[in-house]
Write a protein that binds this ligand. Structure first.
Ligand SMILES: C[S@@+](CC[C@H](N)C(=O)[O-])C[C@H]1O[C@@H](n2cnc3c(N)ncnc32)[C@H](O)[C@@H]1O
Length: 250
């Protein structure tokens, strides 16, 4: 299969790859202040259950180095911190400084600011040493990355042998009736909530479109294998509205 086929799609708009990265950063610059509120409103809080499920699968341990890529405002890293305790090594990496700033504010409110290593960087070229990470996570991030195969290769590079990869992402609903209901909801309701709450319809239109462009569960597992991962597999959440992919670096 051709590498990085999504790199020319910003939602349903065809763009140059570098422009896509710039546009994605623009989306998150714009939504950062309302990001957490919007997640709760759009999903009715269900994203919290999906994130909790991810953490149960990881079983975070204090001796592991956790790298949360596209970590945004910290939802995954904070859950890891809660489970693994204050001595865990946790790096939060994100392309967008505004999202990280909201995350830092949230960490300050919890008294946790110094419990994380905050890094600005691109999932496609991580500023992280090879074979230095035990657990790599990326939640609702891979869909936004311009070159998905490059990001998978980078995840493989930074993981230690024996390291584990986890991706939580919107995915594809198989059942035709449910898929139609979900499509109707996402194309009509989500951009409207985006307009009303964040005064930003376009970013939420992009969100909906980007979900449709993201590879299916099986395609993503295949691409993880191509990047070198063993035991690439997935677990559907809420009928495939989201999925958790896991892989292992032998
Ligand atoms: C939908 S948010 C997810 C944030 C968080 N992981 C969560 O689950 O709430 C997506 C994040 O991916 C980041 N992002 C987009 N492209 C990226 C890239 N190429 N490398 C690193 N982060 C990226 C965005 O800045 C944004 O913070």
């Amino acid at each position: 299969m051709m590498q990085n086929p999504e790199s020319k799609w910003f939602g349903e708009r065809e763009v140059e790859a570098d422009e896509k990265t710039r546009l994605v950063r623009g989306v998150f610059d714009s939504v950062a202040p309302k990001y957490d509120l919007m997640n709760d409103l759009m999903s009715g809080g269900i994203h919290r259950l999906w994130k909790d499920r991810l953490i149960r699968m990881i079983r975070p341990k204090p001796q592991d180095h956790h790298l949360d890529v596209a970590g945004g405002t910290g939802d995954i890293a904070f859950r890891i911190r809660k489970e693994a305790g204050p001595y865990a090594g946790i790096t939060i990496c994100d392309l967008d400084e505004n999202m990280l700033n909201v995350g830092r504010d949230r960490a300050i409110n919890r008294g946790w600011l110094d419990d994380f290593n905050w890094v600005t960087g691109n999932a496609e070229a991580l500023p992280v040493a090879s074979e230095s990470v035990d657990v790599y996570t990326i939640a609702f991030g891979l869909r936004n990355v311009t070159r998905i195969d490059d990001a998978l290769n980078e995840a493989y590079r930074v993981l230690k042998p024996g390291g584990r990869f986890f991706c939580l992402e919107f995915s594809h609903v198989d059942e035709p009736f449910l898929a139609r209901v979900y499509d109707g909801y996402s194309y009509t309701v989500i951009p409207r909530i985006g307009q009303m709450v964040a005064q930003d319809r376009d970013s939420y239109q992009y969100l909906v479109e980007s979900i449709r462009k993201f590879p299916t569960q099986k395609q993503l597992a295949q691409r993880m294998k191509a990047a070198g991962f063993d035991y690439a597999r997935f677990t559907n959440l809420s009928f495939g509205i989201a999925a958790i992919h896991q892989g292992f670096k032998a």
